[in-house]
Design a protein around this ligand. Sequence first.
Ligand SMILES: [Zn+2]
Length: 455
Amino acid sequence: MQDDAQDLPATVDALMDGLRSDLEQLAAIPSIAFPGFPAGPVHEAHDLLVRLLREAGVERIERIDLPDTSPVVYAEIPPPDPAAPTVLLYSHYDVQPPGDETLWKSPPFEPTPIEGGLRARGIADDKSNVIAHLGMLRAFGGRPPVGIKIVFEGQEEYGSAFDSYPPTDPDRFACDAMVIADLGNLRPGTPTLTTGLRGAAEVLVEVRTLDEPRHSGEFGGAAPDALLVLTKALGTLHDVHGDVAVEGLRREAWTGTGYTDDEFRTLAGVRGDLPLLGSGGLGERLWSGPAITVIGLDAPSVEHAASAVVPYARAKLNLRFHPLQDPHEAQDRLVHHLLSLRPFGVPLTVTPGDTGPGYEAATEGPAYRAARTALKEAWGEDAAYVATGGSIPLVNGLAQAAPRAEVLLFGAQDSMCNLHAPNERVLFSELRNTVHAMCAFLREYAADFRADAPR
Ligand SMILES: [Zn+2]
């Protein structure tokens, strides 16, 4: 089929039964690379992928063992000719733990048919994309029209080495374009390119006002209450509409596609007709503007509450910020805001925590042109541009290792597939179209790249 675009849909359709059974076999392995889980299944998944790659015609396969992490499957197919580009394909074969198994409708590591797809832990995130890469290799008979580097990471969900390792080994990761397939579509049937990721930072805020708790009848009313001070401070982080009220955090209009309000309400599980927070488009509230969430609070629990003025309280804040804002600048803005407050005249102790940068892709190059054509061909409609509020640190790691490569984020997941939650599922339609899109992308990109090459 390789050279004839007409045959691609039929070729991919013919591969689907085999890909489905390989996905079932892979998803039946509980490859959880978290502390406290056995390493055996992770290695079993690794070995299965090595065998599947070999059977798909890949000859150069290596195992990368980094300190304190699960093995990475690394494979190369040299470019068919010197004018062909090299594309790096990333996905990961470890999965999240299943969590509370009583919330699952079927055992998490027994892939179970559902309408149009399969349910199992990790079957979407990210084993669907591992299998999509394999499908692309089979469609091309192991000889794609570009050079290929495959990276199947074995420990992405817990303490990934890929936010720092790739820049230390730039030759290995050198490429003209990379497809980071660890996400998918805005909704099933809507082909989606994720072009932005928000950055993240944490900040701890503490208040100590008394040596010990004091009787609230005898001292309440005058003794400074740490919990009251803290909640008053937290109340200043948002305005009356629920928009972030900390100055200096970048917020811009979002120009790509986004969720409808109803979709978002359903995805978030918002109760009844409660209003959403903030004003303006959902895109700028979720992707191109800041968010501050109180993710933890230390204070006496209601169950153990004594009639006493609280002497100490603290909160952990999670800040998400515009993809292009400097992480330390964004974090400093929040720290400065808190330090400048003196609720009831009481100063706060503010400690900056971890930060992670955001990412914004340049979308004007030949790989993006090829991807737009390919996604449209596979799904039958124009690709939507979205961002995501979650960060994927390895995107920055890989982008630093190959700074001139175009970075594409698309894949077989979709925002309704219950990632990291009970009853994770994948749809065959999205898997099939992702295989089709990957093949069409490589075909288009190879042709475009050659046309541009000096003769
Ligand atoms: Zn993932």
